[in-house]
Design a protein around this ligand. Structure first.
Ligand code: NDP
Length: 318
């Protein structure tokens, strides 16, 4: 597994990181979740990304991780980078989700308990909350770091303008924003088009991009419809059949490009996000061991040529 420096920090991250958004909840098979986590670690994926609300039910992905942490990873804590987030609705009542200090710090304490950890490596504000003063949200991240519950602070899905202010506020509180987490794939290029990637690179802030396979749409699985068992077919999946149907022409065109160049579509998708110098790590999901292994194997694909990149741009421009 190759490792990349996270911005200009001292932290190295694997080119592929594993997220526990889907497939690690209480509704999933614990034995398979555990096998995937151990397999990922054995293949050099030392970064696991969580959030308070991952499951379903919310919180259960952190519980799954906590069971593996206690049973398998307990001697390996210093070899792991573990992140969690707060901000989206997690529990009922007025403190269950927003950008307040109350929510963020209570949620972080709950996450640490569920994951059987003393600290996380990165604590993220999961999304910008326009109703809460940015100073308050950033002060919660700073407290998380200064109290030792988190080594670093991160931001996710912030609009560029707000992120610039947030990074400045954090710096004023003595905390550097380590990393930013946006969606990025051949089907979702807004962070490239909006100048976010270039700005992060310029600032020396790392970038871990989520859903590089566009939740499975950048694999051959949806080319001929929605197969049983896929995320788009699951009642608890975030991906809806309509998302696939509205993109199917672009997906088929990208699949044809991959095939002409002799590369599996999913390998092309992972290599494509990693081609950008601002990107530290591709944050994937996996439902099976075979998917996990296949994603890591993408790193063996030949480098992308200018001709291939131009063909992708023509089909799916930034
Ligand atoms: P991906 O784009 O990598 O999608 C993963 C899914 O694609 C798998 O679960 C599987 O779904 C399908 N898949 C993977 N490999 C293959 C293959 N070889 N052939 C066919 N299908 C395949 O990432 P995710 O959308 O899962 O997101 C990854 C992580 O990013 C999350 O776990 C989370 O940590 C983070 N994230 C962060 C967000 C934020 O707001 N900050 C938002 C969303 C994600 P299937 O079940 O169909 O087989």
């Amino acid at each position: 597994m190759p490792y990349r420096r996270c911005g200009d920090s001292g932290l190295l991250l694997p080119e592929i990181s594993l997220g526990l958004w889907h497939n690690f909840g209480r509704v999933d098979d614990f034995a398979e979740s555990r096998r995937m986590l151990c397999r990922a670690f054995d293949r050099g994926i030392v970064h696991f990304d969580l959030a308070n609300n991952y499951g379903p039910p919310p919180g259960s992905a952190e519980e799954t991780f906590g069971r593996v942490m206690r049973g398998d990873f307990v001697c390996h804590r210093d070899e792991l980078v573990i992140s969690t987030k707060a901000g989206h609705l997690m529990w009922q009542g007025p403190y269950g989700g927003n950008g307040s200090r109350k929510h963020l710090l209570a949620s972080l304490d709950q996450s640490l308990k569920r994951m059987k950890l003393d600290y996380v490596d990165v604590f993220y504000s999961h999304c910008h909350d326009p109703e809460t003063r940015l100073e308050e949200t950033m002060s919660a991240l700073a407290t998380a770091v200064n109290s030792g519950r988190a080594l670093h602070a991160g931001l996710s899905k912030y609009p560029l303008k707000v992120m610039k202010k947030a990074v400045k506020l954090l710096a004023g509180m003595g905390v550097r924003c380590l990393i930013y987490q946006p969606p990025y794939s051949m089907l979702q290029r807004s962070c490239e088009a909006d100048g976010v990637l270039d700005w992060l690179d310029d600032q020396g802030i790392g970038c871990i991009v989520f859903s590089p396979l566009a939740q499975g749409m950048l694999t051959p699985k949806y080319l001929d419809g929605i197969p049983d068992g896929s995320r788009a077919a699951r009642p608890d999946g975030f991906l809806q059949p309509g998302h696939v149907e509205s993109r199917i022409d672009r997906i088929r065109a990208l699949a044809a490009i991959a095939s002409q160049h002799g590369v599996p579509l999913q390998h092309l998708a992972i290599q494509w996000v990693l081609r950008h110098k601002a990107v530290t790590s591709a944050l994937i999901g996996a439902r099976t061991m075979a998917q996990l292994d296949d994603a890591i194997d993408a790193l063996q694909s030949p480098p992308l040529t200018d001709e291939l990149l131009a063909a992708i741009d023509a089909v799916s421009p930034a």
